[in-house]
Ligand binder design. Structure first.
Ligand SMILES: Cc1cc2nc3c(=O)[nH]c(=O)nc-3n(C[C@H](O)[C@H](O)[C@H](O)COP(=O)(O)OP(=O)(O)OC[C@H]3O[C@@H](n4cnc5c(N)ncnc54)[C@H](O)[C@@H]3O)c2cc1C
Length: 476
């Protein structure tokens, strides 16, 4: 990163990561500067997760752990208490609540409003929020030019990439379905108005958090048709549960980060068996690992990382990305009533058939849908990105994939490394783009720490060690 003071910083992406990076820069700067946030959809703050699409979507992390600021753990709770609907809720109950995601979006919007749109007198940062798509960034010696799809060019001293998750990877046969009436390629766009009659069927490709959202919406709408959910293992996310005391894990005499994948898995299996025998939920092991995940990941060899990503990630996600108990109860109820059928199998091909789509599975079965929603989760092969911006930066060597091709290659302070391994003088990145570096880089408890660290790097003084410690403290 260049040593000179930046006068203009452009943040690409206005979800949690981009918004909170801009806010931290505005809060921390000790000299006047300008911040521009460019976001291609929705208002700055909501991003993909906290939009206004459906009121029934809940956070999957309890309110006590959703502060946007790593140094102010009760910031979200304090804000919630100012809202009329929570005024009478005892704090002890509010801490454990899984609040509506729309409300969390309101929270982020209010932070953006306070720090970026209407900063108080004496604020050193001025901000501009632009709706548009960044398609390229051209390098000067110490600065750069950010190009938008509408032809606008913005000169900047630093640029932060906070572009979030990739869309789902393409499925075999999906290229012929682009305009098919039964095909929903993007599960985040409204599809409710396209539902078939109550004797029809909806097929959900995937059984992760996006599929959970879709089932909750179908229930909220009182839709009575059948729902088929398909994924390789057919596993739905687990529900949150009350933690238990299990001091035996991790064993005090074992350095988890030095074990490597094989020995780590053996250790986990041993402790899961002990917990099973005690009739306790073995998912507690995943909770206990969270404070160590990043160190374990950085201790893995490249082979270990790839093996974990390809062979164990599905199981990890089931235990790790848990959902609110009330949401889990709804999924279970849909299964018990027979409305929701779950299939374990690989999708071999999608075939249009008049107004319907047949989903053919590798074992020869076929499931027919009047509406088929692609909820397979973000694509994880970074060099296959469909972002025009990232493709352009990759082609020019401004960015490069990390060794596992799960994300962009960065240095410890989030400075992007070029294809020749040099630190970029002006480009930084955070968020889901850093999956290959951190593995866990998706949820607010990780991203708030990254947003602060990126702001400090941009302003010229990362305190990586202190921040790593913060990350461990607030992750659970
Ligand atoms: C449905 C869902 C529910 C979730 N629930 C929770 C939860 O309860 N708790 C939790 O901790 N985490 C949750 N998460 C994780 C969530 O991903 C993070 O909390 C966080 O919102 C990620 O923010 P982000 O800014 O990195 O990415 P995003 O929210 O994806 O934001 C990226 C933004 O950048 C924009 N963008 C991309 N490319 C460009 C470009 N070239 N030019 C301009 N703009 C661009 C995108 O349109 C988007 O607005 C959830 C995620 C999803 C998808």
């Amino acid at each position: 990163m260049g040593r000179s003071r930046p006068a203009h910083i452009v943040v690409v992406g206005g979800g949690f990561s981009g918004t909170m990076t801009a806010v931290n820069i505005a809060r921390l700067t000790e000299h006047p500067l300008k911040i521009t946030v460019v976001n291609d959809r929705g208002p700055v703050g909501r991003g993909v997760a906290y939009g206004l699409r459906r009121p029934e979507y809940l956070l999957n992390v309890a309110a006590r752990n959703m502060s946007a600021f790593p140094h102010e753990p009760d910031h979200f709770l304090d804000w919630l208490c100012t809202r009329s609907e929570f005024e009478l809720t005892p704090e002890i109950e509010l801490r454990e609540r899984f609040v509506a995601r729309q409300i969390y979006g309101d929270y982020l919007r209010s932070i953006a409003q306070h720090h970026l749109q209407s900063p108080g007198e004496g604020a050193l940062a001025t901000s501009e929020l632009i709706k548009g798509e960044v398609v390229d960034i051209e390098s000067g010696e110490h600065s750069c030019r950010v190009r938008l799809a509408d032809g606008t060019a913005i000169e900047a001293d630093r640029v932060v990439l906070a572009t979030g998750n990739e869309p789902p990877a393409p499925l075999p046969g999906a290229e012929a379905l682009e305009d098919h009436p039964a095909w929903v390629a993007n599960p985040w766009q409204a599809w409710e108005h396209r539902l078939p009659h109550h004797d029809g069927s909806v097929v959900l490709l995937g059984t992760g958090l996006t599929t959970v959202d879709a089932i909750i919406t179908l229930r909220a709408l009182g839709w009575l048709g059948t729902v088929d959910a398909i994924s390789r293992h057919g596993w739905f996310p687990n529900a949150h549960f009350r933690g238990i005391e299990y001091p035996e894990f991790p064993p005090a005499d074992i350095d988890l980060a030095a074990l490597g994948l094989e020995r780590l898995l053996a250790l986990i299996e041993r402790h899961c068996a002990i917990l099973h025998a005690r009739n306790a939920n073995p998912a507690i092991i995943v909770d206990k690992l969270r404070g160590y995940t990043q160190r374990i990941w950085s201790g893995f060899s490249i082979e270990d990382r790839l093996t974990f990503a390809h062979e164990h990630a599905a199981r990890w996600n089931v235990f790790r990305h848990r959902i609110a108990p009330e949401i889990h109860a709804q999924i279970t109820s849909s299964q018990l009533t027979g409305q929701l059928r779950v299939h374990a199998g690989s999708i071999a091909r999608l075939e249009p058939s008049a107004d319907r789509i047949h989903v053919e599975l590798a074992d020869g079965q076929s499931v027919r849908g009047d509406l088929v929603i692609n909820a397979t989760g973000p694509s994880t092969k970074f060099t296959a990105t469909r972002s025009v911006l990232l493709q352009n930066l990759l082609r020019r060597g401004t960015i490069a994939p990390d060794t596992t091709d799960l994300g962009v290659h960065v240095d410890t302070d989030h400075t992007v490394l070029t294809s020749s391994g040099e630190r970029s003088p002006w480009l930084l990145a955070l968020g889901p783009l850093l999956r290959g570096t951190y593995w866990e880089t998706i949820a607010v408890p990780e991203l708030r720490v990254q947003a602060r660290r990126v702001a400090e790097t941009v302003l010229g003084g990362a305190r990586a060690e202190e921040e790593s410690q913060l990350q461990l403290e607030y992750m659970i």
